[in-house]
Design a protein. Structure first.
Length: 122
């Protein structure tokens, strides 16, 4: 989905490859998934995916004042908005994807819904 449009759309009908909701709100989920997959499998292809993610974020979403959500991934039309979770989650997962594996031990921490690591005490 990301490579088809250069950025991940909000919603895609896979049977027709038609954009159902063409925006991109700078969401972290695909990058978060790549981080977990890299952490547990140690497979470098997830870092390769991460390189594609960050290069396209810079190419299509970077502005002089930060990063902009897209109203349409096909036309790459920028919105005048950047949700706080972009910095709190999206960029954090990109950092962790390329950081040394021991930066966070997922056996000892869990992330809350805003990607803040919380030490497991149970």
């Amino acid at each position: 989905m990301w490579t088809t449009f250069g950025i991940e759309p909000e919603e895609l009908d896979y049977s027709t490859m038609k954009l159902m909701s063409p925006g991109y709100a700078l969401r972290p989920e695909i990058i978060e998934s790549a981080y977990y997959l890299r952490f547990y499998t140690k497979d470098p292809r997830y870092q390769e995916m991460g390189s594609t993610f960050i290069l396209n974020l810079v190419r299509y979403c970077k502005t002089s004042a930060g990063y902009a959500a897209l109203s349409n991934v096909d036309s790459k039309t920028k919105k005048d908005s950047m949700e706080s979770y972009f910095l709190a989650e999206t960029m954090k997962y990109l950092y962790l994807l390329f950081a040394p594996r021991e930066t966070l031990d997922l056996d000892k921490v869990v992330f809350n819904t805003e990607a803040h690591p919380i030490r497991k005490t149970w």
